[in-house]
Design a protein around this ligand. Sequence first.
Ligand SMILES: [Zn+2]
Length: 456
Amino acid sequence: MNEIYSHIESHVDESIQQLFELVRQPSISTQKVGFDKAPGVMKELLERNGFDAEIVPVPNDGLPTVYGYMAASENPETAPTLLFYCHYDVQPVDPLDLWDTDPFEPTQVGDRLYGRGMSDDKGNIGARLAAIRAFIDERGGVPCNIKMFCEGEEESGSINLPDLIAERGDDFKADACIWEGGGRNLNDDPFMYLGLKGVLGVGLSVRMLSGDAHSSYAAILPSAAWRLLRALQTIKDEDENILIDGFYDGITEPSPEAIAAVEALPDDAPEWLDTFGVSGFVKGLDGEDLRKQLTFQPTANIAGLDSGYQDAGLKTVLPAEAKAKMDFRLVPEQRPYDIVEKLRKHLDKHGFEDVEIEVLGAVNPYRTDLNSPWVQLVAETAEEIYGRKPVMTPNMAGTGPMFDFGDTLGMPIATSGIDHPSHKIHAPNENITVEDFLLGAKHAALIIERFARDWG
Ligand SMILES: [Zn+2]
C-alpha cells in the first residue's frame, strides 16, 4: 500500500483544489440554494476521477442525487462491490457575521481549510476521491467495484430518499457500505459510529384570529401565542420525560456490547460545558450516564418559535398566529410516522385539536451490529492507519438515512472519514486540517484494498 499512501500524500494539493471546487459551489438543500449548478459540479468531479456518473432525479421533485460507478480493473463480474454514501448538500451558513471568511470561498488559515461543507460532507467526498485516484494512477484501476452515492438532501432530512430507494434501490446495492463521517475524536483516537438516531421534524401552528389585532384587545380576544405555548408545555416535563402516550413503546435495553462501547467512550463533558457555556447538563447528568443519555435516549426539542413582533422597540400587537418547529430524535425501535400519529392523538387529548401539525422531516433510526465482520474489517484498518484501536459509538446522537441502506437494501454499514470535533460542522467557520484529510483518504484506500481481498 505504500505507493498508494505516497500518491495520496504527494497529490494532496490537487486533492485539496478539487475539494475547494466543491466547496465553492453553494448547495444549501434546506434553502434550495445553488442547485442549478451543484449537481453538475458533483457529476463532473466524479467523472474527472474515473467514474461513470449520473444525475439521478429524486421522486417528489426532490433535489437530485449524483451517483457514480467504477468497475474493478480486473474481473468486475466477480469482484465485490463497495458503496460510499456521501452527500454534496450543506447546511445554511447563517449567522453569516460569525464567519471569519466567506463560507463559499475556501480559505486556508494556518493548517486549517475553511468553508461550508469543508468537513461535512464535501471533505469526505474529496478524501475518498483522493484514495480512488491513487489506485487508478498507481495500479491502473480499483481492486473492487465502487459506487458513490452522493445525496442532495441529507442536510434537509432525506425526506425523499425512501422513495428513491424504493424506485431504484437495486442500482445502489453493494456488498458493504462506508457511511459518511468517522475520523478522530478529541483524544485523537479514531472513532466509528455504527448507527444514527432517526428524526421526526414537525411544524406546529395555531391561528386564532383572521389578522393581527391591537394588543388592547388581548382583554377580550384569544391569544395564539399563549395557546401554542400551553400545547408545547404538555409535550415534555421538567424532568425531560416526553409525555406523549406510547412515545417510549417498544424501546428495549441496549445490548451489553452497546452499553460497554458507550462506557468506553472518552469523557468529553468538560468540552461540551466549555463549548456551550453552561454549568451543567440536564437532570444533573455526568460521566457514563451522560453518554448513555446522549446515545440511547430520544428527544423532544423545540427548534424554533415564532409569533408577533420581534424587531426594534415595541409594537403593541396581538398576533393572529403562532408557530413552532420541533424535532424528535428517535432510537432504533421508534418510527417517525408512528410518532406523528401519537403526537396528533396527544394534542387532541389535551384539547389542542386546532394546533396543526406539518411533517417537515422523517428519517428512521438504524444501528449496525457491533460484532459484524464488516465492522471488524473497518476497525482493524482504522487501527493500522491511526495507530490506535478505534472507539465505537453504537449510534450517533444525530441523524442520517442509514436505515434505507442498512435495512431496506440490507448491507452492512460502518464509518470512516475525516472528522474531528474541532471542525465546527453545521456552524460558522467550518473547517478541516490537511492531516485529517490525509488520514481519511488513507483509511478509505486501505478499506478498498482489504475489502477487495477479503470479500471476494
Ligand atoms: Zn453530513
